[in-house]
Design a protein around this ligand. Structure first.
Ligand SMILES: [Ca+2]
Ligand SMILES: [Ca+2]
Ligand SMILES: [Ca+2]
Length: 873
């Protein structure tokens, strides 16, 4: 089953979420059929009156699905095994700003096939809607595992939306019986394990982002029912906005939703297109025009060699086409079945360049080659490499290439490369990568490495451990850490500019490899060391010695050492591919092992513009600034030094002398439901499936990865000034009459540098702080000078009056930079004063007469506020 589902990453194309049930039945079908490797759901344009069989959620959606998802790696809904045997929870990988699209939804086969999960999480259709809202509309969860309760108006409340949702609090013992919740006197909130059990019947119908499994829940929280106070991610990330508001005002579908018309009935029947790719079919289309002559054609040859030797997988079919004044087929589709086949292809790679640059001829020749196997090019790939100075009208022939259904990756060597190259990649699901011809940047080698479209089985794919270059006239030394997850097919490839250097490579146990164990290709200026068997884990040291001043690069790749342990991988991307300076960009890198976040790694991004300006940034997983969740293995940072033109993105990850940890992965996703209150009696669900967090000893590791290139066109001549970032982790505590605030420092420009000042305000009224920060009571911050971005900030102060028992206060911060640009208001932190021993007011238990369960003061029933209740429809 593993292999079937591993390959079963599928994409939803032009489609919406009508008939989630059909969608899932299709997955069953696929499993039984056992032949389908990829499912594409097409022509699914939707108006939804009744989404899914069970719910009556009115989501009028149509015309929304704009982006075709053309490869499994980019699949937005993945059905794949869990990251550890027992972790079957559905979740959405989401880490962007509020309203930004998430990365993907992950369902496990167990979750889809085992009906007991329906009881724990809700019906698959309902869960799908919840996950879809994370993925498509960038809304966040309205429950909180970290802060399940908070204090409001003298009552303990469950973190939820809407606040009209009723239920009771109990703790479930290890033996499965219910116990009274106890209050922790330190925080005046229930102790760990206390759980909110919602009533099965509710007077409210929201919210999907809180508890999609509950039958009465059919709607998102709107402003009139939104719980502004709940300390959940939705409020933290989205500035206390209701999910409904985010969907209609900030999401990618906001315009479509605004012009929405009532749907026609009946809605169209969805149709499914099932596509299977037996193996990868790829055509290299290489530029051999005069402008490529000299060092550039050599670079192309070196990188294409590396691709054919290391990256293209067995059983793939490869063709090679060149173009200049004319186009010619150097090799028609050839199945990679041995190293000899690879080397024969490598021998054909072009070495000389002359003539003009007729890109359209090359493209059409390549498309013809891709038809050789089966008469069409659907799902086939083109790798189109050019220095970008077209003689013919590439913009004229690009549309038909885009229409062809092939995936077109474009690698451009020149800043003059036509925008049609980027457009072809964008519109066909390919990648556009700009590579500088500066040898030490190693960008073309990296570009080829990043084009591998994953099948999802990372145990069979090369991983880049190192890619670095240097210009020197003596030594070029470095260390590459081979960890336990890799080691097979390890190769060191050294490219030199002028003269064959001396190369020494030392294994962790001290064996030294010299030239005699390496192969040297003088024409290709490449030295290669292939480590036989599985490379010894540990630090491998390389030393390259030259007597003349020249440039070098070293590229180290490896593969999984065991076929049951996927290696640690890293992926990187910018939050957008194009920027005009009005908004900052964010760099993301995801470090993971079999979907498990790898935390405590050191991650550096290098952003290099075509004009040669290089900016390095350390990416952080600290849950502050650009980073949404701490410890989720997503390392993020704002990129503020925007430079006009195209830029490349590369990250280096290392983990040395730090204990690496794998964190539990779920951050956004439908909640586990512990049970319900039915007629006043709690009906318990089976316990939550345990998440195994067995650590994997991997040792030190290094990784590099290249992201798609991006482009900046500043609309103003002066570079934009960004204010300090919005603080999202402000927290407040009250001890006696002293307020303790803590947060992570923002910077002069978003999360970089040092801000100039803070403005802290408080209020008894959350809404007031949220809507008019400047009307809050000001806190004297004269003594607080901001520290560097990312530092822990603390500030304590006394209010000028004694705080009454039972009082809740709200706090918020704004920061200012040197140019007096002000940040957005922080999340709103709250603190309550409850004197130990006081009975928490408002705590009641109307359920006590209806159940034999012992009741205490901390069993709380939610109060229905009918005046706040507004029916959604
Ligand atoms: Ca074909
Ligand atoms: Ca993170
Ligand atoms: Ca600034």
């Amino acid at each position: 089953m593993r292999s079937i589902f591993r390959a079963a990453l599928f994409r939803v194309r032009f489609c919406s979420l009508y008939h989630g049930v059909k969608l899932f039945s299709l997955i069953f079908l696929k499993r039984k059929g056992a032949t389908v490797s990829k499912i594409e759901l097409c022509h699914f344009i939707l108006h939804v009156k009744k989404i899914l069989m069970f719910t009556n959620i009115l989501l009028h959606l149509h015309r929304m699905f704009l982006r075709p998802f053309l490869c499994q790696m980019q699949a937005q809904i993945k059905i794949d095994n869990a990251n550890s045997a027992n972790n079957t929870e559905p979740y959405t990988k989401q880490y962007g700003e509020c309203g930004a699209e998430g990365e993907y939804i992950h369902f496990t086969p167990e979750y889809l096939l085992n009906d007991t999960f329906i009881q724990l999480y809700g019906s698959r259709g309902r869960v799908f809607v919840h996950e879809w809202a994370h993925l498509r509309w960038g809304v966040y969860d309205e429950y909180s595992e970290e802060k399940p309760f908070y204090y409001s108006n003298g009552r303990i409340e469950a973190t939820r939306c809407s606040k009209n949702m009723e239920g009771q609090f109990y703790k479930v013992t290890a033996g499965g019986s219910l116990q009274l919740c106890r209050i922790d006197p330190q925080i005046s909130l229930p102790t760990d394990g206390c759980t909110f059990f919602p009533d099965r019947n509710q007077i409210t119908n929201s919210s999907i982002m809180f508890l999609p499994s509950l039958d009465p829940v059919t709607a998102f929280c709107r402003e009139n029912e939104h719980n502004y106070e709940a300390p959940n991610m939705q409020n933290i990330k989205c500035g206390n906005k209701a999910t409904w508001t985010v969907i209609f005002e900030d999401s990618v579908d906001k315009d479509a939703l605004r012009s929405l018309k009532p749907p026609e009935y009946p809605p169209p029947i969805p149709s499914f297109k099932v596509v299977q790719r037996a193996q990868r079919v790829v055509c290299l289309i290489l530029d051999v025009s005069g402008s490529m002559a000299g060092s550039i054609i050599l670079l192309q040859q070196q990188a294409a060699t590396h691709f054919l030797r290391i990256y293209i997988e067995d059983q793939a079919r490869v063709g090679i086409v060149t173009f200049s004044t004319d186009a010619s087929t150097l090799r028609s589709l050839t199945t990679i079945d041995s190293d000899i086949t690879r080397e024969n292809l490598i021998k054909l790679l072009p070495k000389v360049a002359s003539g003009s640059t007729n890109m359209c001829l090359g493209l059409s020749q390549g498309l013809q080659v891709l038809q050789e196997d089966n008469g069409d090019v659907l799902g086939d790939e083109i790798i189109f490499l050019t220095d970008g100075l077209a003689t013919d009208n590439i913009a004229g022939c690009a549309p038909s290439a885009i229409q062809s259904d092939a995936i077109i990756h474009t690698l451009a060597f020149s800043d003059k490369a036509s925008s049609a190259l980027k457009e072809m990649a964008d519109k066909t699901g390919g990648k556009f990568i700009y590579a500088s011809d500066e040898l030490t940047s190693n960008q073309l080698m990296d570009a080829f490495a990043s084009l591998t479209l994953s099948t999802g089985d990372y145990t069979k794919e090369p991983v880049q451990l190192e890619s670095v270059g240097k210009r020197t006239s003596d030594w070029f030394n470095g260390t590459v850490s081979v960890d336990q997850t890799v080691g097979n097919k390890t190769s060191f490839v050294i490219i030199y500019e002028i003269r064959f250097p001396s190369v020494y490579i030392q294994s962790p146990s001290g064996s030294i490899y010299t030239q005699t164990s390496m192969s040297h290709d003088g024409l290709l200026k490449t030295v290669t060391l292939n480590i036989p068997g599985t490379a010894e884990p540990g630090d491998w040291k390389y030393s390259i010695q030259t007597t003349s001043n020249q440039a070098f690069t070293i590229t180290v790749t490896s593969q999984a050492s065991r076929d049951d342990v996927p290696p640690i991988i890293v992926k990187t991307h910018m939050n957008q591919q194009f920027n005009d300076g009005s908004k900052p960009m964010i760099v993301f890198a995801e470090v993971s092992q079999n979907y498990r976040p790898v935390i405590n790694a050191e991650v550096w991004a290098t952003l290099e513009s075509e004009t040669g300006s290089v900016h390095t940034l350390q990416l952080l997983d600290n849950g502050a600034g650009a980073d949404t969740f701490q410890g989720d293995g997503i390392y993020s940072r704002y990129f503020t030094k925007l430079v006009n033109g195209r830029s490349s993105l590369k990250v280096r990850v290392k983990n040395q002398d730090v204990q690496i940890r794998f964190a539990a992965s779920k951050k956004s996703g439908a909640p586990y439901v512990p049970g319900y209150v039915v007629n006043g009696v709690v009906q318990l669900n089976p316990p939550k499936p345990p998440v195994s967090e067995e650590p994997l000893e991997v040792g030190s590791f290094t990784r590099t990865a290249t992201g798609e290139s991006f482009e900046v066109k500043l609309s103003s001549t002066t570079p934009p000034n960004f204010p300090p970032n919005r603080i999202t982790d402000l927290s407040a505590e009250l001890q006696e009459d002293t307020v303790f605030l803590s947060w992570t420092a923002p910077g002069e420009d978003l999360d970089q540098g040092t801000a100039k000042s803070y403005e802290i305000r408080w209020s008894f009224d959350l809404d007031m702080l949220r809507n008019s920060f400047s009307n809050g009571h000001v806190v004297n911050t004269a003594a607080v000078s901001p520290q560097e971005a990312g530092s822990d900030e603390q500030h304590s102060f006394n209010l000028s009056f004694p705080i009454q028992n039972g009082t809740t206060l709200f706090f918020a911060v704004q920061s200012e930079d040197e140019q007096n640009a002000t940040s957005e208001t922080s999340n709103i932190a709250q603190a309550s004063k409850i004197l130990p021993g006081t009975k928490a007011p408002g705590v009641s238990n109307p359920g006590m007469n209806l159940t034999v369960i012992v009741i205490s003061v901390c069993v709380v029933t939610m109060v229905i506020s009918l005046e706040h209740f507004l029916k959604q429809y």
